[in-house]
Every structure is written in structure tokens, then in C-alpha cells.
Design a protein around this ligand. Structure first.
Ligand code: BG6
Length: 297
């Protein structure tokens, strides 16, 4: 059943409707004066954000699964409490596989629509530590994402990795440049995690890339001449930036990703992973905030 909630009926400025999305998973459709967005309760996964006068900002694979036990391929998977593979446990943690709770829907002072999600406590993938995770998705001119983790233990520290694994739509992967990472260090997953220095003034992608840039807090930009668009990834509470594109061979190996789709996407992921992982003192909290915006290039 679809239900629509008009947030500000007098001006009809924003609305949120609830209904079945792909695979019958529950989806929220958000409209604001500037943009549209879609968010699934499965993973609190933002699968779509588009300003009215631009192509979609987020890439979503046409081959994505929409199943309760599978991650969605594209949009913004929420990675928590670990990044990457972990023995018998799901790669990139369980947050992206969990059904989140929508706590509130509100209108921000500037007219943007704010949705507050909470990760329920799950026995099956419990870490043995008491913690709470809140995720605020703000849809307006920009897409703002705030992931807050609270260590509820009065005695023990809580260590975790977190990442907003954002897939961007690009016009032509071979034509774009990424700026904001020059002079930084990265761990190259394609070279067994070897530490390297980013020497390029702007990064071009011409092959598979899977890099964890450490200690990176500056804004990253994707300059996309093909779509004539500049994407800005501004962040706070994040020291890691992962840049990933599977290129040709890996795309073919991935069952939930089209063979040619690597040409139209790039992941620039903001978080705290590997050596930048967070250790929270008892009672402490940490918020990872990412603001995604775009403008003509
Ligand atoms: C990236 C990793 O963040 O996610 C890559 O750096 C990985 O190594 C990619 O391949 C996709 O992971 P998954 O689990 O969504 O297929």
C-alpha cells in the first residue's frame, strides 16, 4: 500500500510517500522543490538522488538485486561495523543487509526533507558490544548524510569501521578527473595493500582502481566533462576516502553489475576504515557527515 505524507501542506514544499519498491522492499520516495530521492528501509539505502535539472547524481546498477539478504548495487550502501571481507561474516558488515527503522520525517529550516533512521539491534550479527547507530538523510538542494555511532558501554571501548560507499553517475569514466587527493597516501588493494603516494595533480581512471586514501579530510571533486558536471564530496568526521571502479574483468565477474556499467560509475567513498578506524571511548559518539552537491562544469 502506498501512503503519502505532505510535510508542509500549505506550501506543498516536500512530500514523502511509502510504498513497495523493487523486489517488494519498502521504499520511501521523497520530493522537494529542488530534487527527488529514493531510500529503501533495507540498508537505509539511498538508491536515487536527482536535482530537477540534472541527470541522477547516484548510479544504480540495472543488474542490482533487491532481496532481503543481498546488498543493493549502487546508491549509497551504509558500511558498518567493518569494511571489506571478514571471515564467515558478510563483506562490508551487516548494516547494508539490515532492515532499518524510520524514526522521524521532518522539514529542515531551509525546506529540505530529513529522514532519521535507526539500526535495530540484531542478535544474529551482534558484535557483543552495546552501541546505537542513527542515520540522518537530508534531501534538498544537496544530499546530506550523517551516520552517528554511540558507544553505550559504560566500561569498554568500541572499535568499528564505517563508510558511506557512494556510487556516482558519470558520463564517461575515461574522461573524468578526481581532485582533492593529490599528495596523499593510499593503500592499493590491487597491490596487496601496498602503501603508495598519490603524485597526480588530478586522478584519471583508465583501469581497475581500488584504493584506500588514508588521512584524507579535504573535499573531493569529480570533474565530469561528459555530463558537464562537477560533483563535490564534502565531509566531516571522515579520514578515509576509497576510490573504486571495477573496470572490465571484475565487472564481468560481478553477478549484480552490468558488464559495461563500469563506464558510467565511480565510487568515491567517505568514511573511517583500515588504519583510520574509529575507537570510541565508553559513552562516546562519532558522527560521519557527507554532503554531496553538484553544479555545472
Ligand atoms: C569497495 C572495495 O569499497 O567495495 C572493493 O574497496 C570492493 O574491494 C567494492 O570490490 C565492492 O564490494 P561489494 O561487497 O559491494 O561487492
Amino acid at each position: 500500500m502506498n501512503t503519502t505524507h505532505q510535510i508542509n501542506p500549505s506550501e506543498a514544499s516536500a512530500s514523502v510517500s511509502f510504498g513497495p519498491g523493487q523486489g517488494d522492499l519498502t521504499r520511501l520516495d521523497i520530493r522537494t522543490p529542488w530534487s527527488r530521492a529514493e531510500v529503501y528501509l533495507h540498508g537505509a539505502h539511498v538508491t536515487h538522488f536527482q536535482k530537477h535539472d540534472e541527470p541522477p547524481l547516484l548510479f544504480l546498477s540495472e543488474a542490482s538485486r533487491f532481496e532481503a539478504r543481498q546488498p543493493i548495487r549502487g546508491g549509497v550502501p551504509v558500511i558498518f561495523p567493518w569494511f571489506g571481507p571478514r571471515q564467515e561474516l558478510p563483506t562490508h558488515g551487516f548494516a547494508r543487509l539490515s532492515e532499518w527503522v524510520l524514526d522521524t520525517v521532518a522539514l529542515a529550516s531551509d525546506g529540505a526533507c530529513q529522514l532519521a533512521f535507526r539500526l535495530p539491534r540484531l542478535q544474529e550479527w551482534a558484535t557483543g558490544r552495546p552501541y546505537a547507530v542513527e542515520y540522518l538523510v537530508t534531501v534538498g538542494r544537496e544530499l546530506r548524510l550523517d551516520l552517528k555511532v554511540v558507544n553505550e558501554s559504560p566500561r569498554d571501548p568500541f572499535e568499528f569501521e564505517g563508510c558511506l560507499h557512494t556510487y556516482f553517475t558519470v558520463g564517461d569514466i575515461a574522461a573524468l578527473r578526481v581532485t582533492g587527493l593529490e599528495g596523499t597516501r593510499y593503500l592499493d588493494s590491487l597491490a596487496a595493500g601496498a602503501e603508495k603516494q598519490e603524485s597526480a595533480a588530478s586522478i584519471a581512471i583508465g583501469a581497475e582502481v581500488d584504493r584506500l586514501y588514508v588521512g584524507t579530510e579535504a573535499e573531493v571533486q569529480i570533474l565530469d566533462p561528459s555530463l558537464k558536471r562537477r560533483i563535490r564530496v564534502a565531509k566531516a568526521g571522515s579520514r578515509s576516502t576509497v576510490v573504486w571502479n571495477p573496470w572490465i574483468a571484475k565487472s564481468k565477474r560481478m553477478p549484480d553489475f552490468g558488464d559495461e556499467e563500469y563506464q558510467r560509475m565511480l565510487c568515491v567513498e567517505s568514511g573511517n576504515v583500515g588504519p583510520d578506524r574509529i575507537e570510541l571511548a565508553p559513552g562516546a559518539s562519532h558522527t560521519l557527515s557527507v554532503t554531496l552537491s553538484s553544479e555545472p562544469l
